[in-house]
Design a protein around this ligand. Structure first.
Ligand SMILES: [Fe+2]
Ligand SMILES: [Fe+2]
Length: 173
């Protein structure tokens, strides 16, 4: 009986973080940390490393987008969708973010060949694109926190949530 009580108590303590789809914030935080490392290398003129980190970042967000598009959005769309929270909006934003990453990569290739004053102009082109990219990404994540995660929490019973989250490759569960 005591052991049973203890288990229930532990579950109650860890329940909100373990079984909510808000757990996907962990993937967003890991992505943000990687992009920050990329930007640090960029301003330190470590372009090879900055490009490598950008490639890793792209692979990481692509994995996360696939989790959302292949696992989470098909579920979410079975629930009640509030105005502004349509599943296709998230997909369109994913495409926009990937398109911006391609533009950033192109701008970095110009930067790699630039010298003198042109180097600074090319650097600011990259940084300006990255600022816009980060703004789009923040808006996208805010919409996921407003619609997608609570929508999934409302739809999926607690006992089924962890199993779904474990299928998401962008989360280390
Ligand atoms: Fe997303
Ligand atoms: Fe996301």
């Amino acid at each position: 009986m005591d052991a049973e009580k203890k288990t229930v108590g532990q579950d109650e303590e860890t329940l909100p973080s373990l079984v909510s789809f808000f757990r996907l914030r962990e993937a967003h935080e890991a992505q943000e940390a990687l992009f920050h490392q990329h930007q640090c290398c960029l301003v330190d003129r470590e372009l090879d490393q900055a490009l490598l980190l950008l490639k890793q970042y792209r692979a990481q967000i692509l994995r996360h987008m696939r989790d959302e598009e292949e696992i989470l959005l098909p579920l979410y769309e079975k629930g009640q969708i509030l105005p502004g929270g349509q599943g296709n909006y998230f997909v369109q934003e994913h495409r926009k973010l990937l398109d911006f990453l391609d533009r950033i990569k192109d701008a970095m290739e110009v930067l790699a060949l630039a010298e003198g004053d042109a180097w600074y102009r090319a650097l600011f082109t990259v940084l300006d694109l990255e600022t816009t990219f980060k703004n789009i990404g923040e808006h996208h994540e805010a919409r996921e926190e407003k619609f997608l995660f609570p929508g999934l929490d409302a739809l999926v019973p607690r006992e089924a949530r962890l199993g779904i989250l474990k299928r998401c490759k962008s989360l280390a569960l």
